[in-house]
Design a protein. Structure first.
Ligand SMILES: Nc1nc2c(ncn2[C@@H]2O[C@H](COP(=O)(O)OP(=O)(O)OP(=O)(O)O)[C@@H](O)[C@H]2O)c(=O)[nH]1
Ligand SMILES: [Mg+2]
Length: 331
């Protein structure tokens, strides 16, 4: 039986997309319930709305208790780099992490599903990159530990929901609010100098839910607002679109190179690179391998892919390294 919903219903429903807090959502759902004609054709829909309201109420009652011990925002770094995954409620952060890592963070159709920061490992090429899932970011309520997590991270991945027509302006608001907390999005190109790294973060934007109809216009708008400055990658965590391009953009946001360490007379292990910052030298590599290598350094030999003139050549400590170089340090 058709539901025959009045036009006010669609109007009220569209407000859901911009509702930030559970309280706002409850109000809208209650409004929808009031508008909805009560007959056989809407019974299922009525029940669904009631469940949503009940769950949101349950959640908002739990929140104050949680606020006493706000979640920990310290995540120990492991792997080649730490990327903090942030974004508005329900944008698909956790589902995207699930798709990128194969791990199982909690995904829910309700906002505020993720309550605490948690690390997951993404494989990319022969590296492991740490992705940190976080609770949703709402401009009016940035928890005190949150900016510290962002400052400690090596890069940011902002996940926005393309089915929200205001996604681009929402992202602008988040950007402005984070700037107040001394965290700024940095564009691609040159690596961020060490002294600016706590405050300026290479940022990738995942324009998620591109599988949904009518999201092209929002994507276009995001591209206009941010495309010139930040990599904007259309993705669908649900369907798997765009994941390889996103991984590539994340790797490139870390500004790292992979360098293989080799022992004289033996082959380097191609599965176990050192992750060094771009523009690193032989001395940085020596530091990464072992501190004794710095104190007792005599010389090194280097190999570069597709460079016949750089195959086992003797180099000094200032020699600049590139991605996939192999180095043998002599002490
Ligand atoms: N159609 C579609 N739905 C998605 C996609 N990604 C996530 N979703 C859905 O969006 C809802 C929210 O997903 P989550 O991954 O929990 O979102 P989140 O950003 O982690 O949410 P919070 O933890 O509450 O901030 C779920 O119902 C997902 O199934 C996508 O690419 N396409
Ligand atoms: Mg989540």
């Amino acid at each position: 039986m058709p539901a025959n919903l009045p036009p006010q219903y669609a109007e009220a429903e569209s407000k859901l997309k911009t509702a930030k807090t559970p309280q706002e959502k409850i109000k809208i759902y209650e409004e929808l319930l009031a508008i909805m004609p009560k007959h056989k054709g809407t019974e299922k829909l009525q029940a669904q709305l009631k469940t949503k309201i009940a769950k949101l109420k349950e959640f908002s009652q739990k929140r104050p208790a949680l606020a006493h011990h706000s979640p920990s925002y310290h995540i120990e770094k492991t792997g080649a780099g730490q990327v903090i995954v942030i974004g508005p409620p329900n944008s698909g952060k956790s589902m995207l992490i699930k798709a990128l890592t194969g791990a199982n963070p909690e995904v829910g159709e309700y906002p505020f599903t993720t309550r605490a920061a948690a690390p997951f490992m993404m494989k990319y090429k022969n590296l492991r990159i740490q992705l940190v899932d976080t609770p949703p970011l709402t401009p009016d309520d940035i928890e005190s530990g949150f900016p510290e997590l962002l400052k400690a991270g090596d890069a940011l991945l902002v996940v926005v929901d393309l089915s929200v027509p205001e996604a681009a302006s929402e992202l602008e608001t988040i950007q402005a609010k984070l700037k107040e907390k001394k965290v700024e999005f940095a564009a691609g190109g040159n690596p961020v100098p060490a002294e600016n790294r706590p405050f300026l973060k290479k940022t990738v934007v995942a324009a998620n839910k591109c599988d949904l109809d009518g999201t092209e216009e929002t994507l276009r708008e995001l591209d206009v607002f941010f495309g010139g400055k930040l990599p904007v990658c259309p993705t669908s965590a649900a369907r798997g679109d765009g994941l390889e391009d996103l991984k590539k953009a994340i790797f490139s946001s870390l500004d790292i190179i992979r360098v293989y360490s080799k022992i004289p007379g033996k082959k380097a292990d191609p599965n176990d690179p050192f992750a060094l910052r771009k523009n690193s030298t032989i001395l940085d590599m020596a530091k990464a391998v072992h501190k004794d290598f710095v104190d007792n350094f005599r010389y090194a030999r280097a190999w570069r892919k597709n460079k016949p003139e750089l195959q086992g050549v003797m180099v000094n400590r200032d020699f600049g390294l590139e991605d996939e170089d192999t180095v043998e340090i002599h002490i």
